[in-house]
Design a protein around this ligand. Structure first.
Ligand SMILES: [Zn+2]
Length: 437
């Protein structure tokens, strides 16, 4: 009977071993290959099985405890709340934040910052909080990890960013936006480039297939060569039907950064607030009692009283999109200056010769003459500035300066310009993908 028991024990043991081997082999090999391939850690069930049946030493085959997941700080959310939500226990989360405080104030974490939360797996297969990391900016990472079960260690990893200037040139096939982003330039740089030319170029109408863009831009690189962030456009050029329009970045003494053409004329063009000479402001923008209709009406422009026949100027460079009779406005002209800005002129006696729809005009060019056509009580110019199709107060609007550099300022600009030209002659050009690899 004793022997029988022994044999049955032996058989049972043998069977157990067999089952164990059958169970363990696939798991072990899977673990090993997972480890080698640095794949995500195994799921908990596998780890539990291994630790229970095979023994702790076999856990060496498991990937290091790190299991991470990422969360973003939402508006009004604290780091503590994020850690608790990720399953950290209150004491460890508190201690981890306390350890970080010497390096970084948790209140200074910006919303939308990505927090990487570490979890380690205990022998029993439990997941426990094991620290966190985040990058308050592109050149630093704050890391808090637990050295043993209870001691959090905070460290700051600073990356030294390398400044790089690159040049990207290309032809427009589909659209400037599409073809420029295709080279690898980020959207925000391409949009900035488009903004720089918005006073000179009508992007909906003037761009032709085969036109050329050329851009010199700064960016900061991390030690591994990846881009931390794009900084500034130093030079931007568009060539439309063989006509080249280069713009240079220049920091003027008091006025900050602006872009100028080769001659030192600002890329941003002002609109004239008073496109007429020798006139008197007779009615402002806003609510007023209408002189003819008699009731209160919103006045969507400003009126300048002036003798019949006084010349009216185009307030800025642009294209005439309407010149003709228009209801209460009488003889009316509307000019498109760029994709956002329009100006309109009403009650004209007549139009200057050749001023018609589609005509390109320069700032200060005479387009018509003061009259009293349409719903008008006496000779005056009714003038409107429209932003995105909506009238705004021309006297209040902060318009781009459109300044010209002069004297010593111009000399300084010319030195900057020549330096950029020198860079352009020497720098390698191409697509971003070919430059960085
Ligand atoms: Zn008016």
């Amino acid at each position: 009977m004793f022997l029988k028991l022994k044999i049955s024990f032996f058989l049972f043991g043998l069977l157990a071993c067999l089952i164990l081997v059958i169970l363990a082999v696939p798991y072990l090999s899977q673990n090993y290959s997972n480890y080698r391939n640095k794949l995500a850690p195994l799921n908990q069930t596998h780890q539990t099985l291994l630790s229970l049946y095979i023994g702790d030493e076999k856990l060496l085959y498991l990937p290091p405890s790190a299991k991470t997941h990422k969360m973003r700080i939402k508006e009004g959310q604290t780091l503590m709340q994020i850690l608790l939500k990720a399953g950290a226990d209150r004491t460890n989360a508190f201690n981890a934040i306390k350890a970080m405080r010497k390096l970084f104030n948790p209140r200074d974490i910006l919303k939308n910052t990505e927090i990487i939360i570490y979890q380690k797996t205990t022998v029993l297969g439990e997941s426990v909080f094991d620290g966190f990391e985040f990058s308050p900016n592109s050149s630093a990472t704050i890391l808090v990890r637990f050295k043993n079960d209870s001691l959090p260690i905070a460290s700051r990893i600073n990356r030294i960013l390398k400044k790089e200037e690159i040049r990207v040139k290309g032809y427009i096939d589909t659209s400037l936006y599409f073809d420029a982003t295709k080279t690898g330039l980020p959207a925000e740089i391409v949009l900035e480039f488009i903004r720089l030319f918005s006073w000179d170029v009508d992007f909906q109408r003037e761009i032709r297939r085969g036109d050329e863009f050329d851009i010199l831009v700064n960016r900061l690189l991390l030690p591994d060569g990846s881009v931390a962030r794009w900084t500034s456009i130093n030079y931007a050029s568009l060539t439309l039907r063989k006509k080249k329009m280069p713009l240079y970045r220049y920091e003027s003494v008091g006025d900050g950064t602006e872009y100028f053409n080769r001659k030192g004329r600002s890329a941003r063009k002002a609109l004239m607030k008073t496109p007429i000479n020798g006139a008197r402001l007779s009615s402002r923008f806003g609510k007023r009692r209408h002189p003819i209709l008699g009731y209160t009406k919103f006045h969507r422009g400003v009126d300048f009283a002036a003798p019949i026949g006084t010349p009216i100027y185009a307030a800025g460079d642009g294209i005439v999109i309407f010149a003709g009779r228009k209801g209460g406005y009488g003889n009316y002209i509307k000019i498109r200056h760029n994709s956002r800005y329009y100006t309109a002129y009403a009650h004209l006696q007549g139009f200057k010769r050749n001023i018609k729809r589609g005509k390109k005009v320069k700032q200060g060019q005479v387009i018509g003459f003061v009259g009293s056509t349409g719903r008008s009580t006496g000779p005056h110019l009714h003038y409107e500035i429209l932003v995105n199709e909506e009238q705004i107060n021309p006297l209040r609007i902060k318009l781009p300066s459109g300044k010209n550099l002069l004297g010593s300022e111009l000399k300084r600009f010319q030195r900057t310009r020549d330096q950029i030209d020198l860079t352009l002659r020497n720098i390698k050009t191409g697509n971003i993908s070919t430059i960085s690899k």
